[in-house]
Write a protein that binds this ligand. Structure first.
Ligand SMILES: [Cu+2]
Length: 493
């Protein structure tokens, strides 16, 4: 009965997403006919310089005809894109910009005058060379964009602690922005179908964090994401052609802590499984109550957040009460178009519902390198380190190295290696309780997209995972467990 209901809901989601995808590509084609060559959008790392030339020519030789306000550098998107600032000269009018650009529906960064492709989840940054994905539209003054994916997964985790499950996971994200005063006002919403998989999430050896029932820890399982991953608003105000101040508020939202969430970085987005380092690096990406203020200066960003420390509870459909009891700060730097780095620190108040007397300090550092090659191919790699300092308690490190090769001819390959200092996995084993044990996981997989249109692709994929465990854990995990997933994916790009 449960399975049946679950599948029915899943099918419902699939249909809904497919329908939206069809509508989206239709409206996009209409736009294409009237505006510009949309096909460039599907090319990762679109060469912005081709757009740049006409704009600069326009701005140099022809002062904008109808410029009533002081210049809003946000509207001159691609200038900031390449770092070589062309000083704060008058920009083209908004209309002129959109026309000259033939660009992302007039959309630039939500937080500053740089290309939209630099923005990851929350207020995080990824390299400027990240693929430009999404279906763009325009409603009055608003520029809109949406994208999403849905995975239907058969998951089989090996060994005595393993289990299997068929489930759906994914997300759909919509965002809109408009000029407001001299700045840019933005709203965004991200939803996930994950709650339909059930409170206990899906089997994932060595994963820990959060709870399914409010009584026991989820061990060797990945928790479902909440229905509402992000409901947020942003406002950024330009200080010069390439600098700005911004505010971000979300319920839920993502504080300035950690690298971009795994499904928002090119190196991690194609793998259907969550990293086991999730609760060392990017688990705060769903936080009920976040306010962030930041400053962008060229290729630098510094920001600070106040947010609710407590992780989401097991009720995944609701909006939980906000609270600003925790703090974080992050420093990001994109020195070249291909590279994005961050260091961040957070003081998280009582993150775990089941260990309310323990606070956590978290430190993370990460670098993402995304290199386009050939005709529209991409190679993206993320290296990240996260440290949890439990107060009171242990200091636990987690390391991640993940990489993806996205070939334009429909093949994607991905791999992820992780190493985590764990205390939770074996807390039910009296002889090991309290010990800090290093566990390692390595996954490799691929996807073949057999169906592709301008804005959608449908593919099938598989991945396999191996582990390196300390001898003390082998009796409970088996000497050499192997896990795997096969999956079908619908992606709207
Ligand atoms: Cu998550």
């Amino acid at each position: 009965m449960h399975t049946f209901v679950g599948f029915g809901r899943r099918a419902h989601w699939l249909c809904a997403l497919a329908l939206i995808a069809a509508l989206g590509s239709k409206s996009a084609s209409a736009q294409q006919a009237s505006e510009h060559d949309h096909s460039q959008h599907t090319m990762p790392a679109m060469d912005h310089s081709t757009h740049q030339a006409p704009i600069n020519k326009t701005t140099k030789t022809k002062p904008p005809a109808r410029q009533t306000k002081p210049q809003a550098p946000h509207r001159n998107a691609h200038e900031g894109a390449h770092g070589d600032t062309h000083s704060a000269k008058p920009a083209a009018s908004h209309a002129g910009h959109a026309a000259a650009n033939g660009d992302h529906g007039g959309m630039t960064g939500f937080l500053g005058a740089y290309p939209m492709t630099r923005e990851g989840s929350g207020t995080s940054w990824v390299p400027d060379t990240s693929p430009h994905e999404g279906i763009h539209g325009r409603v009055g003054e608003w520029s809109t964009m949406w994208h999403g994916y849905l995975n239907l997964i058969y998951d089989r985790q090996g060994g005595p602690r393993g289990a299997d499950k068929t489930f759906a996971a994914g997300m759909v994200m919509a965002m809109a922005q408009r000029p407001l005063g001299d700045g840019t006002f933005g709203v965004r919403a991200m939803l996930s179908p994950d709650p339909f998989m059930g409170n206990s999430g899906y089997p994932l050896l060595l994963a820990s964090g959060e709870t399914a029932d409010g009584r026991s820890h989820l061990i060797d399982r990945q928790h479902p994401h909440d229905l509402f991953i992000e409901l947020a608003a942003t406002y950024s105000h330009p200080l010069s052609a390439t600098s700005s101040v911004f505010l971000y508020a979300g319920l839920p939202g993502e504080p300035a802590l950690g690298p971009p969430a795994f499904m928002h970085r090119t190196s991690g987005a194609d793998s259907p499984e969550a990293p086991i380092t999730h609760h060392w690096l990017d688990s705060t990406h769903i936080t009920f109550g976040v306010v962030t203020a930041g400053l962008v200066v060229d290729r630098w960003k510094i920001e600070a957040s106040a947010f609710r420390g407590r992780e989401p509870d097991q009720y995944r459909y609701d909006i939980e009460a906000p609270k600003l009891d925790s703090f974080s700060a992050r420093f990001s730097w994109n020195p070249i178009r291909e590279l994005s780095m961050q260091v961040s620190w957070g003081r998280i108040r009582s993150p775990e519902q089941l260990a309310p007397n323990i606070d956590e300090d978290r430190v993370t550092a990460s670098a993402i390198y995304t290199q386009p090659f050939g005709n529209g191919n991409l190679w993206s790699t993320t290296a990240a380190w996260g440290r949890k300092v439990l107060r009171p308690g242990e200091t636990l490190d987690g390391y991640l190295l993940e990489s993806a090769l996205v070939f334009k001819n429909a093949v994607t390959l991905f791999a992820r290696a992780e190493r985590v200092a764990e205390t939770e996995l074996h807390e039910d084993v009296p002889a090991l309780d309290g010990h800090v044990l290093m566990v390692n996981k390595f996954s490799v997989g691929g996807i073949y997209d057999f169906y592709r249109t301008e804005h959608t692709k449908i593919g099938i994929g598989a991945l396999v995972s191996k582990y390196a465990l300390p001898d003390s854990l082998k009796p409970i995990y088996g000497s050499d467990p192997t896990s795997g997933m096969i999956f079908a994916r619908l992606k709207v790009i």
